[in-house]
Ligand binder design. Structure first.
Ligand code: GLC
Ligand code: MN
Length: 346
């Protein structure tokens, strides 16, 4: 068995995580699978073998009926559930959203699924439940009333938060994951800023349970800087979880290996996380490319993890006093050069 990837001097929880959905059969909107689908629980040993400490899953991947088996399998492998999440996007019933659907019955079903996900997370031992905005949004204007939709989100998350607190105290926290578009043309909770705004509108006594799961590529799809998005979460005390990957410009969601497209910015991101003493899990949301052979399906996980460890070590070696001095000297370009030296230099 491969040893797990670890980050020297990381505060709090160490080890890395990835989603079971990251090891898919290679379907895309234009073509079917290029690999045979691996049964979900059989993906756990692949993640362990690739050096992961944590796995993540949706309720449609590990439903309530499978939770016991998943827990046992993970224990045998020394894997922990890092995060669990209700899918508000896979089932056709949620084609126009769950919490923001115009149909009360569908909103109720979304709420029921959310509550079940909270309980499943507790059984699996996950301390974080993520809500990705998925199909909460619109393709055609005026098909939903935006102010009404926002109110539904506030009401829905208040109910989910109340339920989580009643059943599990503060042991389960909820992290909202923003994305600007895809699968919808326009998605509610498009950015980190919108998520933080939503949290500020929740019942004040529940706000401590809610935070953000920013994804680097999602910020990029929105044309935003993911470093600043993460800094904003840190400033708000709301960086509950993080999804790391890369994105080759503003286009469809690629879920490329972490460290692949913007290594210098990734280096700076790790400097920020180190200095903030980030204690939660670092997880990847990457997609095994459909061109990879079945036997190499975990390459993207190992490549991302190795890139992260190398960049993390380089980030530890970045001399913070040099950054401070260049800031004081107003030498912004020289600071960029210093980061380049830390990344590319000997
Ligand atoms: C979907 C999204 C991903 C999100 C995950 C968890 O797979 O693509 O970004 O993190 O769901 O909800
Ligand atoms: Mn994600």
């Amino acid at each position: 068995m491969k040893t797990t990837f670890n980050l020297p001097q990381k505060a709090g929880r160490n080890g890395l995580g990835a989603g079971v959905w990251n090891l898919g059969p290679g379907t895309d909107p234009f073509g079917g699978p290029t690999r045979e689908a691996i049964p979900i629980l059989d993906r756990l040993p692949i993640l362990a073998q690739a050096g992961m400490t944590y796995y993540e899953a949706h309720d449609v991947e590990i439903p309530a009926s499978q939770v016991g088996a998943a827990r046992k399998r993970a224990e045998e492998l020394g894997l922990q559930c890092g995060m669990y999440t209700p899918s508000f996007f896979a089932d056709p019933i949620f084609k126009d959203g769950a919490m923001t659907s115009n149909d009360l019955a569908i909103r109720k079903l979304g709420l029921k699924n959310a509550m079940e996900a909270i309980d499943n997370a507790a059984v699996l031992g996950a301390s974080t439940v993520v809500f990705w905005n998925g199909r909460e949004g619109f393709d055609f204007v005026l098909t939903k009333n935006g102010q009404e939709a926002f109110k539904r989100l506030v009401e829905g998350f208040n109910l989910v938060g109340q339920y989580a607190r009643e059943r599990h105290g503060t042991s389960i926290r909820i992290a909202l994951e923003p994305k600007p578009n895809e699968p919808r043309a326009n998605m509610y909770l498009a950015t980190v800023g919108e998520v933080l705004y939503l949290i500020s509108r929740l019942d004040p006594s529940l706000q401590a349970l809610f935070g953000v799961n920013p994804e680097t590529a999602h910020s990029r799809i929105a044309g935003l800087d993911y470093l600043w998005d993460v800094e904003m979460c840190l400033e708000a005390g709301k960086l509950f979880h993080i999804h790391l990957n890369s994105q080759d410009g503003q286009r469809y969601d690629q879920d490329l290996p972490f460290g692949y497209t913007e290594p210098l910015k990734d280096l700076a991101l790790l400097v920020v996380l180190q200095d903030a003493g980030y204690e939660n899990i670092l997880a990847f949301d990457i997609k095994a490319p459909r061109t990879d052979e079945p036997k190499n399906i975990a390459d993207i996980i190992e490549v991302s993890a190795q890139n992260l460890v190398w960049l993390w070590e380089r980030a530890l070696a970045v001399d913070r006093a040099v950054i401070q001095q260049l800031r004081e000297e107003k030498r912004n370009t020289a600071l960029a050069g210093y980061l380049g030296k830390c990344l590319y230099g000997r």
